[in-house]
Every structure is written in structure tokens, then in C-alpha cells.
Design a protein around this ligand. Structure first.
Ligand code: PMP
Length: 364
């Protein structure tokens, strides 16, 4: 038989050798609560408008799309408000791509990226992909991040870029505007606030976008994947000084946002209110998870996102497998004694809680 080629046989870049790709399992299960998706499908009325917009766009796919995705930047600026205009907005195929472009423009060999572990697992992967050195900073008790702790980590490690996840994945922990401002003042580098889950914060919570005026090195990234229930369409974006979007133009691939993506996103944004209609419901299920997990004897962490990290799990692997055997997929994020679950529909959340309760307290 012919020998199978393995990765070791290839002249892979040295800094990628031995690494593993992002790999949340994609399993077909009845209750998938593992990657913080919005488990509510988009409303039919909006789906119809999106289809009409796609039907129109398909007629011109022989041409390259608007390289400046102007209508989309205008719609996103309007959605965010805060006096932003299209010049402040950048978008790409998911906020993962936005973050990658930020590293391509401002990171790279000889430069470093600081994040505060445990945090979104893609940050270190994007760092290796762009040849940027990853620095893992530490948090306070209960995964909180005070202005003093964050700023002193920045001063100690002197990174070129800081990624602040607000609220933080996988812990759900909110981040104060004071911490963001303190980090900004402590560095001469780029500060990115990843607000992928911002819409799930309590109503009226100010976004880091309110800190943008006068801070040209501050970037706030967002996504349509979560609250907007648009994960499959791949649309992420950021708000920043227009000079930042000019920098990102240097590294983006020409025509990176397809005409169909732009058409779908524009139609969805014209219906923001309906697209976001399930956010209240999801927040309710998240708060229910916190209450019920505590009642079952676990230690849920406070969350401003659409998921809950809970401790007190004797054997996370065993609990994960036992739930999977019942068709319920959650996430082992590698924090000892912890698991993470996404807030689903009321029915999905009930199925998870009932299955967990049948397993007995903390996997014992
Ligand atoms: N940031 C955070 C904190 C996330 O959890 C995710 C998705 N899991 C992303 C960014 C990327 O999302 P997307 O590429 O779908 O916009």
C-alpha cells in the first residue's frame, strides 16, 4: 500500500508545527448548544426579503462585487449609531476574518498580541497564522479583569496589540469601560475590544464604541453571527477611526465580501429589530441557566453573553459524553472542573437541564 503523507512530511512554517486547528465538533445532534450560535432561525418575513435581495444580486455575479461594500458599511454605521459613518466601518467574512486582518495590518513577525486567558481560543490561532507572538495575560478571581490588573499586564508585557473580549468567551464575564480605557492609556499599540456578544448585555449597557472619539488606536469588533442569528452568512465588522479602515484596505483580499453576502446582510440589517427579536428570550434562558445550574449544585459564572460557564463538574469529559449520548452537545473548553453551555430555545434549554439533572449532582 502507498504510504500516506502526513503533516510532518510537509515543509510547514516552523511556528505552525505541532499546532492543532480550531476544532469545535460539528456533530448532527438534536440539541446543539456548543458554539454560542443563536438557535432561533431568522423570521420567515425577513428570510423572504433576503431571498428577494439575493435574487436581484445574482443577476450581476458575472461582475466583481462592490470592493468597498459601501451600502453595507452605511447600514452597519446606522445600526451602531453613536454618530458613526461608513468611514468608521469595516466588514469581512465573520469577525474572525476582521481580527485576522487587524493582525495582518498591525501584528506579524517581531510583533506581539496580548489576550487575557481564558479567552476566545481563536486569538492565539490567529496569532500563529499571522506570525504574531501570542502573550497570555492573567485575570483576577472569577475571571474578572480590573483596570489595575489589565493595565499592569500591559505595562509588564509591552505588546503591540491587545485583544479584550467583552463580554469574555468562554467565561461570559463583562468588562468595564474603565478597564478598556486603562488598557488604552497603558499602551501605544492597538487595542481591540471584541464585542461579539454585546447585544446580550443588560439593556442600556454602553458599548466600547462610546470610547472611540479621541482614541484612534481603539477598534471595536462586532458580528452578525450571534444576536443577529446570521452565523452561516459570515458577516463580522468593526468600528474605528477611518485611518484604521485605510490600514485594513492594505491587507484585505480584493472583493473579499461576495455580492451575495453583501446583499443578504443589507436585507437583514433593514430588519434589525425583527432579527434581534429573540435576544430578550435568549437572555431569559441564560438567566434561567444560571439559576437552575446553581440549584443543581454547580457553580455558574455571571454572564452577559448567550452562554454560561459553570464549575463544580467532577469530570467534565464524562459529563460532556453523557449529555452527548442523549443528543445534547455542549462544550468542554478545557478549564478544569468546568463546562460551557449556550442558551438555546426554551425547549432546548429544558432538555439540557433535565438531562443534566438526571446525571446527578456534579457528575457524581
Ligand atoms: N469573537 C468571539 C468572542 C467569538 O466567540 C466568536 C465566535 N465564536 C467570534 C469572535 C467570531 O465570530 P464570527 O467569525 O462568526 O463573527
Amino acid at each position: 500500500m502507498e504510504r500516506v503523507t502526513s503533516l510532518e512530511d510537509l515543509p510547514l512554517r516552523t511556528n505552525l508545527q505541532g499546532l492543532t486547528p480550531y476544532g469545535a465538533p460539528q456533530l448532527h445532534v438534536p440539541v446543539a448548544l456548543n458554539v454560542n450560535e443563536n438557535t432561533h432561525p431568522i423570521p420567515d418575513s425577513v428570510a423572504r426579503d433576503i431571498l428577494a435581495s439575493l435574487a436581484e444580486a445574482i443577476h450581476s455575479v458575472n461582475r466583481y462585487p462592490d470592493r468597498e461594500f459601501t451600502a453595507l458599511r452605511e447600514a452597519l454605521a446606522q445600526y451602531l449609531g453613536e454618530g458613526l459613518t461608513a468611514d468608521n466601518i469595516w466588514a469581512a467574512n465573520g469577525s474572525n476574518e476582521v481580527l485576522q486582518q487587524v493582525l495582518q495590518a498591525f501584528g506579524g513577525p517581531g510583533r506581539s498580541l496580548l489576550g487575557f486567558a481564558p479567552t476566545y481560543s481563536m486569538y492565539s490561532i490567529l496569532a500563529s497564522g499571522t506570525g504574531t507572538t501570542w502573550i497570555s495575560g492573567t485575570r483576577d478571581a472569577d475571571f474578572e479583569l480590573s483596570p489595575v490588573t489589565a493595565a499592569s499586564e500591559v505595562t509588564r508585557t509591552n505588546p503591540d496589540i491587545v485583544f479584550l473580549c467583552s463580554p469574555n468567551n468562554p467565561t461570559g464575564t463583562p468588562l468595564s469601560l474603565e478597564t478598556i480605557a486603562a488598557v488604552y492609556d497603558a499602551t501605544a499599540g492597538i487595542v481591540v475590544v471584541d464585542e461579539a456578544y454585546a447585544e446580550f448585555a443588560p439593556t442600556g449597557t454602553p458599548s466600547a464604541i462610546t470610547l472611540l472619539p479621541g482614541r484612534e488606536r481603539l477598534l471595536v469588533s462586532r458580528t452578525m453571527s450571534k444576536a443577529f442569528a446570521f452565523a452561516g452568512a459570515r458577516v463580522g465588522y468593526l468600528a474605528a477611526d477611518p485611518a484604521v479602515t485605510d490600514a485594513l484596505r492594505l491587507v484585505r483580499l480584493p472583493y473579499h465580501l461576495s455580492a451575495l453576502t453583501q446583499a443578504a446582510a443589507n436585507a437583514a440589517l433593514a430588519h434589525s429589530a425583527e432579527m434581534l427579536a429573540m435576544v430578550d428570550d435568549i437572555r431569559g434562558q441564560r438567566d434561567r441557566l444560571v439559576v437552575e445550574l446553581a440549584r443543581l449544585g454547580y457553580s455558574p459564572h455571571r454572564s452577559w453573553s448567550n452562554f454560561v460557564l459553570f464549575g463544580g463538574v467532577t469530570d467534565p469529559r464524562e459529563t460532556f459524553e453523557a449529555l452527548l449520548a442523549e443528543g445534547i452537545l455542549i462544550r468542554d473548553v478545557g478549564i478544569p472542573g468546568h463546562l460551557r453551555v449556550t442558551a438555546g430555545t426554551e425547549n432546548e434549554t429544558s432538555q439540557f437541564l433535565e438531562a443534566l439533572s438526571r446525571l446527578g449532582r456534579a457528575g457524581t
